[in-house]
Ligand binder design. Structure first.
Ligand code: MG
Length: 238
């Protein structure tokens, strides 16, 4: 898991370094795929459920599952969510980060900051004996206290030999409820947070999830392990 997660994190970092005005999301996807394959791993998302690329790249009002395209060219002020998974020696790593492209508005920057911080609020609760609802409610309370909304239709998940495993890890919920966390569990915590209303819809391509109100959305994700010493973030670069 640690190796698969490290490769995922490094691929995500490479994607982030490429984010700048003028580059297409297709080019960023190519960087991600090449990086992962060079490590002897394979992109978890490529072909998953028929997904046609190695990374999901979701710009501005796109929440998740954006399909990289030659015609989607980044502009100054965009926010760019990149979601990357790598499969290595039988295990998956999964992580996401929303990068600012060039100079973004104060409002956009605040959304990125709050979403990233909400991920860490969730991670703090990922301790032995706590329950999934402790993670969920920590994310939700942090975000809603700052007047943003939590996407309901998509959630975090267990991750391991399969990319998506039980349990679901919603970004909303009730403290003390849900599956109990045990040592050795590995889960992906991934707040998807909207500037406006929480509602989303899927475009005609069957993948691209957008905000109904057209406002911005951000997405940060880590794969973490539950250990007796507390949560351990696996998707870190060395
Ligand atoms: Mg995930």
């Amino acid at each position: 898991m640690k190796d698969a997660c490290r490769i995922s994190a490094e691929a995500l970092r490479a994607a982030g370094e490429a984010v700048k005005p003028g580059i297409s999301t297709f080019e960023i996807d190519t960087i991600v795929r090449r990086y992962i394959e060079k490590q002897g791993a394979s992109p978890s998302f490529l072909g998953y459920g028929g997904f046609p690329a190695s990374a999901c790249i979701s710009v501005n009002n796109v929440v998740i599952h954006g399909i990289p395209k030659k015609t989607t060219v980044l502009r100054d002020g965009d926010i760019v969510s990149v979601d990357v998974g790598a499969f290595y020696k039988g295990y998956h790593g999964d992580n996401a980060y929303t990068f600012p492209c060039g100079t973004v508005s104060e409002a956009a920057l605040r959304l990125l900051t709050v979403t990233r911080e909400s991920l860490y609020e969730g991670i703090k609760q990922a301790t032995v004996g706590n329950r999934i609802g402790d993670i969920s409610s920590a994310v939700q309370e942090y975000v809603e206290a700052r007047s943003y909304s939590v996407v309901r239709n998509y959630v975090g998940h267990g991750v391991g030999a399969k990319l998506h495993e039980d349990p679901s890890v919603p970004n909303y919920g009730t403290r003390g409820r849900g599956v109990k966390l045990l040592p050795g569990m590995t889960i992906a915590i991934e707040p998807m947070i909207n500037e406006g209303a929480s509602h989303t819809r899927v475009l005609g391509d069957g993948w691209t999830v957008v905000t109904v109100d057209g406002r911005l959305s951000a997405h940060f994700e880590h794969t973490i392990a539950i250990t007796p010493d507390g949560p351990r973030i696996l998707t870190l670069c060395e």
